[in-house]
Write a protein that binds this ligand. Structure first.
Ligand code: NIG
Ligand code: MN
Ligand code: MN
Length: 316
């Protein structure tokens, strides 16, 4: 059963400015497609893109499906971004993990294997979701390589639901907590951008029980610098950070292409400042961007934002 597919070559195409030589380079000219079977250890930390084409978790969570098509849409938005050979890391595209017969659990096994292979070979994985069910496989893949992991999720929602029948886009961080409990690990979860109207009392209570560090969206609006200092304080305790960005943390006016759009959400500048502060810690070992739904997007604004944020992680 084939669950891993190469990226369609026509996706990495775009404008050519040959008259400007290497100063006119764009992503579609710099990207290198790669196969897992030919992976070799990197002496320098290079970027690995990997898509997780799932919205099965969103469907199970009663959301609006479409996120399975997000990885290629994000690639299309990355394709025309400027690429600076001197100041940017090398970028390899490992293609997409696909779900067969809505089997999220099998695809996740493949994902865990891919993520740990990338980390073992000194790649920095940028995983293109998928709904937020993408997060669990990313984190579990990381646990094979790192012991003391801090989890940071920039999201309007805690995603701490208890799985009723199975895993959904609303359960990944609760499942991480369970994994930690069953495997003698500490669970440290910082959630930034939480909407008081986007999470029930039950979820706030579960966050408290699990000692989640919560930064409400209004706290970011009131004092961004204070939030940036809290990020610094959180990061010092860990060897590695797992960072997840759920695009629904952005205000729906900026990011309409998500299953559950926000009102009074963050601005692109606020999210970028938060990401830059987290990147500055030099502890992020994996980044995923999730919940883009291209079917609901307007003029690709949400996909462009995803690309804009990914660009930050490629700078040397
Ligand atoms: N990843 C999903 N998170 C939210 C969705 C909320 C909604 O659909 O309104 C959640 O389950 O809480
Ligand atoms: Mn989420
Ligand atoms: Mn969310």
């Amino acid at each position: 059963m084939i669950m891993l597919e190469f990226t369609d070559k026509t996706i990495w195409t775009g404008r050519l400015d040959d008259e400007d030589g290497t100063l006119g380079l764009r992503w579609h000219q710099a990207i290198q497609t790669k196969n897992f079977s030919e992976i070799a250890f990197n002496s320098e930390e290079n970027i690995a893109l990997l898509g997780f084409c799932s919205d099965e978790g969103v469907r199970r969570n009663k959301g609006r499906i479409g996120a399975r098509n997000a990885p290629d849409q994000i690639r299309k938005s990355l394709a025309n971004l400027p690429f600076n050979k001197e100041n940017q890391k090398q970028i390899f595209d490992f293609g997409n993990i696909l779900l067969v017969n809505e089997n999220l659990e099998s695809a996740r096994e493949e994902q865990i294997e891919c993520v740990s292979t990338l980390l073992r070979n000194n790649f920095f994985p940028i995983i293109l979701g998928g709904g937020h069910e993408t997060a669990l496989g990313d984190y579990l893949g990381m646990t094979s390589q790192f012991k003391k992991i801090g989890i940071i999720n920039i999201d309007a929602h805690f995603d701490l639901r208890i799985p009723v029948e199975n895993s959904t886009s609303g359960t990944p961080f609760f499942e991480m907590a369970q994994f930690c409990q069953n495997n003698d690990r500490e669970f440290h979860y910082l959630c930034i951008g939480i909407q008081s109207n986007g999470n029930t009392q039950a979820l706030f209570q579960r966050a408290e029980e699990l000692e989640v560090k919560t930064i409400l969206v209004d706290e970011v609006h009131v004092d961004l610098n204070f939030v940036l200092r809290q990020i610094e304080d959180f990061a010092v305790h860990f060897d590695a950070l797992y960072l997840s960005l759920d695009l629904d943390v952005l205000d729906g006016a900026f990011a309409p292409g998500v299953s559950a759009p926000s009102v009074n959400g963050l601005t692109p500048f606020q999210v970028k400042s938060i990401l830059q502060k987290i990147i500055e810690t030099k502890k992020v070992k994996l980044f995923d961007v999730v919940e883009l739904n291209p079917e609901l997007d307007q003029d690709n604004h949400t996909a462009k934002l995803a690309a804009h944020f990914i660009q930050e992680f490629t700078l040397r």
